[in-house]
Design a protein around this ligand. Structure first.
Ligand code: G6P
Length: 611
């Protein structure tokens, strides 16, 4: 979490840094700060979002050809002006921004206090900065050497960017566990947590790896490892366009991304799904068919919304491929001593490709001999690079903090992977296989159709916005969709919501049901629909208010529902991609009706790079 930006070159650094920080606010927005090298070092920082800092800086001298900027998601120390980055070293000559956590900061701080250092913040970051300064002074070495020595003693994760008043024009950066991209321009370099701050200036980037250090000047980029050996930067071409990270006429990125789903799902299927010839082309699967077909067990690792995609995949893989599947929260898996046996396949699912828990969990499983297949959205991200093979979701940049289009693209990829394995394994009949390909192919058009219910969903949101608790229920493939619907509502509108398997509702949540509890049922026509209708009756008998997602022209849920949202009929393996759309819109419109900043929900961050 936290967004970092840096610039050194021939342009004014401040506007580039501020614009870059706005693009990185999805990573955290508790406080903002900028440090500029003009004649001397200037640091401006403040609690609040980037726009708030910008307002307070009107009239200030913001000149400078090099600088660094930070948007924070607080870990150590509450969000306030002092804890905002950049931090300045005790001498006032160095400024540093940090994304990550220094786990042994307490012992380093004690050591520094005993040497007379004072601290102005509660952060682990200020400790690291002064530790670097102490080494620089004591060893009488340059900043680069001091950073290298300091990092050998640091436990934790970091991307750090440092500037030095005595060395204007140079930014020194280092990474372990948090992302860092360097953009290469003409007589200028850009640094960022991702490539979005540099998109309009360059398409050439270097993804810095763990334990690497970059010395960045306007005309020079030197990459080294912590052993001081020079490395050759691997320059890659970006294929993201600026339009992809702009709102394109929508009020919020979240709504834009919900509306993009017919296109993103289509893009995800394009070039892979060939209905006419009955094939699915996925190089990552094709090249590793042996491992995937003969997998003992598939273990799916993910967090948040991606974990919900994993739960749906469990149903799909077990049904189509007859492979045993376990779905684990990466954060729990990594701290157990999980049993990995030869033949285990790990599928890691992540939009950002940077979620710390997922990354470490797959690194651990890899060490134990598992084969890692990554399903990731961000090209070149850490999880993509750590996986042995994988498939990108091609959903484009997702900026709204609550995941929408990445989720449906994950489901599209997972369904294709399952179908391909099932076909090769012979666990699916030809007829069912062909029908599933057709069903998948029809998803984008059906999603467009569901989006036509926008106004209806908006009016339902208006009606229910003041309720303080919601229950979401579904069975089978629709149970994870109930979880996802509830998560969306919590994230966006701060209304408490729980998702449950519809039958399990009788073992607890039913005690909550009265006329003040809206219950959202995902009650589309599938093999369990009669059972779901019985559960709806049980809620209705207790005066719960029922909002139902039903299949078009299916009348079975009409009499028990207070509100109805219809979706086109679909096979149950692709239905989750459709059924989640009304729930995304419902959460969005309730959030808007309550005046929430749906793109930047409080306390959340899009890319969780701390444990
Ligand atoms: C955060 C985001 C969620 C996301 C989760 C996992 O909590 O707010 O939208 O689902 O992280 O992120 P990943 O990038 O690994 O899918």
């Amino acid at each position: 979490m936290c967004g970092i930006v840096g610039y050194t070159g021939t342009k004014q650094a401040y506007p580039i840094i501020i614009k870059g920080l706005k693009r990185l606010e999805y990573r955290g927005y508790d406080s903002t700060g900028v440090a500029l090298l003009n004649s001397g070092l200037k640091v401006f920082k403040k609690k609040g979002k980037v726009a708030e800092l910008e307002e307070t800086l009107v009239g200030e001298d913001l000149h400078g050809f090099a600088g660094i900027g930070h948007t924070r998601w607080a870990t150590h120390g509450e969000p306030n002006d002092q804890n905002a980055h950049p931090h300045q070293s005790s001498s006032g000559k160095l400024a540093m921004i940090h994304n990550g956590i220094i786990e042994n900061y307490a012992s380093l701080k004690k050591e520094l206090i005993s040497k007379g250092y004072n601290f102005t913040s509660d952060t682990d970051s200020e400790v690291l900065l002064n530790f670097i300064e102490e080494i620089k002074t004591k060893n009488n070495c340059d900043l680069e050497e001091a950073i290298r020595i300091a990092l050998k003693r640091v436990v934790g994760a970091y991307v750090i960017l440092l500037i030095d008043e005595d060395n204007p024009g140079t930014i020194i950066a280092a990474r372990k566990g948090s992302p860092l991209v360097i953009g290469i321009g003409k007589n200028e370099h850009f640094l960022g947590s991702d490539a979005s701050p540099m998109l309009e200036y360059t398409k050439e980037v270097v993804y810095v790896n763990d334990y690497e250090l970059a010395i960045v000047k306007p005309n020079e980029l030197i990459l080294k490892n912590l052993g001081n050996e020079i490395l050759t930067p691997f320059v890659q071409k970006l294929d993201i366009e600026l339009a992809a990270i702009e709102k394109g006429g929508f009020d919020y990125f979240m709504l834009k991304e919900i509306y993009e789903q017919p296109t993103t799902i289509f893009d995800c299927l394009r070039g892979r799904l060939d209905v006419e010839n009955g094939t699915i082309q996925m190089a990552g699967v094709q090249d590793n068919l042996d491992k995937l077909i003969n997998a003992n067990r598939i273990i799916i690792l993910a967090c948040g919304t991606s974990w919900h995609a994993g739960l749906i995949a469990e149903y799909i893989f077990e049904e189509l491929c007859r492979t045993s599947v376990e779905v684990e929260y990466a954060s729990e898996f990594r701290y157990r001593n999980p049993i990995i046996i030869p033949g285990d396949v790990i599928i890691a699912i992540s939009q950002s490709g940077e979620t710390a828990d997922t990354l470490v969990a797959i690194e651990n499983a890899k060490e134990k001999g598992a084969f890692i297949f990554g399903i990731v959205n961000v090209v070149g991200s850490s999880i993509a690079r750590t996986s042995h093979a994988g498939a990108y979701t091609h959903a484009g940049s997702e900026i709204g903090v609550a995941s929408t289009k990445a989720f449906t693209a994950q489901l599209a990829v997972l369904t294709m992977v399952a179908l391909k394995i099932a076909k090769e394994k012979n666990t699916i009949s030809n007829e069912r296989y062909r029908s599933c390909l057709n069903e998948l192919n029809d998803v984008p058009v059906k999603v467009s159709k569901i989006l036509e219910s926008n106004d209806l969903i908006k009016s339902i949101a208006e009606k229910y916005k003041n309720f303080t608790n919601f229950l979401y229920l579904g069975r089978g493939y629709n149970f994870p969709i109930a979880l996802e619907g509830a998560l969306k509502l919590k994230e966006i509108s701060y209304i408490h919501a729980s998702g449950y398997p519809a039958a399990e509702m009788k073992h607890g949540p039913i005690a909550l049901v009265d006329d003040s509890l809206p219950v959202v049922f995902i009650a589309t026509k599938d093999s369990n629909i009669e059972k779901t209708i019985s559960n709806m009756q049980e809620i209705k008998a207790r005066k719960g208010k029922i909002i139902s997602i039903i299949t078009e022209n299916d009348e079975s849920a009409i009499s028990v529902s207070n509100e109805l949202i219809a979706v086109p009929a679909a096979d149950e393996i692709v239905a989750p991609m459709l059924n989640v759309i009304p729930l995304q819109l419902l959460a969005y419109y309730i959030g808007i009706a309550k005046g929430c900043d749906v793109d930047k929900p409080r306390n959340l961050a899009k890319s969780v790079t701390v444990e």
